[in-house]
Ligand binder design. Structure first.
Ligand code: ZN
Length: 262
């Protein structure tokens, strides 16, 4: 069954809602530099693929249009990056919530596929819940470090290359793009970038957000881009969808939807 709202007709969506498809997944990506070897739409396309994977794993869920451009201020010193201000990004999320809730969705799940969108979604969640109203609950996956752990485990299991996962334009994102659009990966330009020890990763993310990406990695890569395969990319997509769904379901249990109260 088609779960992507953009590909459905309005009557089909009305029928799905009536049949209980009242959960909706919203992926939030980015259009920004990903080294010399990956196209700008890496995170947007990753969101387009992860959205349906997650919806299929949730009970009766559809997929809203991916928010393709995100908070990429820290990548602006690299040509081509398009970035939304935090307030603009949250305003878009706010309007998604209001629209989706108006049609009868009861649960909205944001899944960021770009690091810069995690913090705004985490701190902006109360406002998004307000925008959705009393009949609809809004959740967001916000564990950026878990994403890196998931990728690292797949790269280690598949090729003993877990240490090449750094979180940006690395072996993981290169593998995912090889699975999505192999013709767009410039494999001969895949190279090593900044390599951080696992224990330094959280501090590194902070520094990049504050000082910009180029201060940490002149070639725009965190980790090592070499050694990826499309097969590994498919496994990373599936593993990340599993982890995100597990986290969303935990959150759903911890905080019951307010919608049933009215
Ligand atoms: Zn990315």
């Amino acid at each position: 069954m088609e779960l992507r709202m953009e590909r459905m007709t309005s009557p089909e969506i009305a029928d799905a809602l009536a049949a209980g498809f009242t959960t909706v997944v919203v992926a939030a990506g980015a259009v920004e530099q990903h080294g010399a070897h990956l196209p700008l739409f890496m995170d947007a396309e990753h969101g387009d693929r992860l959205g349906p994977e997650i919806a299929a794993r949730l009970d009766k869920a559809l997929v809203a249009p991916t928010i393709r451009v995100g908070c990429s201020a820290h990548h602006m010193s690299f040509a081509g990056t398009v970035s939304l201000e935090r307030e603009t990004f949250l305003a878009v999320c706010h309007d998604y919530c209001a629209s989706l809730a108006a049609h009868g969705f009861r649960r909205i799940c944001f899944v960021p596929t770009h690091g810069g969108n995690f913090e705004p979604l985490k701190t902006g969640l109360p406002g998004l819940n307000e925008a959705a109203g009393a009949m609809c609950s809004v959740e967001a996956y916000t564990d950026l470090m878990e994403v890196i752990d998931v990728w690292r485990e797949v790269a280690e299991t598949e090729a003993e290359l877990g240490e090449r996962v750094g979180g940006h334009a690395d072996i993981a994102e290169t593998s995912v793009m090889m699975a999505l659009h192999p013709e767009l990966v410039r494999e001969d330009l895949a190279e090593v970038g900044h390599l951080a020890k696992p224990e330094d990763r959280a501090a590194l993310v902070d520094r990049m957000i504050r000082e910009g990406f180029a201060a940490v990695t002149p070639n725009g890569i965190l980790g090592d881009a070499r050694g990826g395969t499309p097969e590994m990319g498919e496994k990373m997509i599936a593993a990340l969808a599993d982890a995100m769904v597990a986290a969303l379901q935990d959150e759903g249990r911890a905080e019951p939807a307010t919608g049933d109260a009215v």
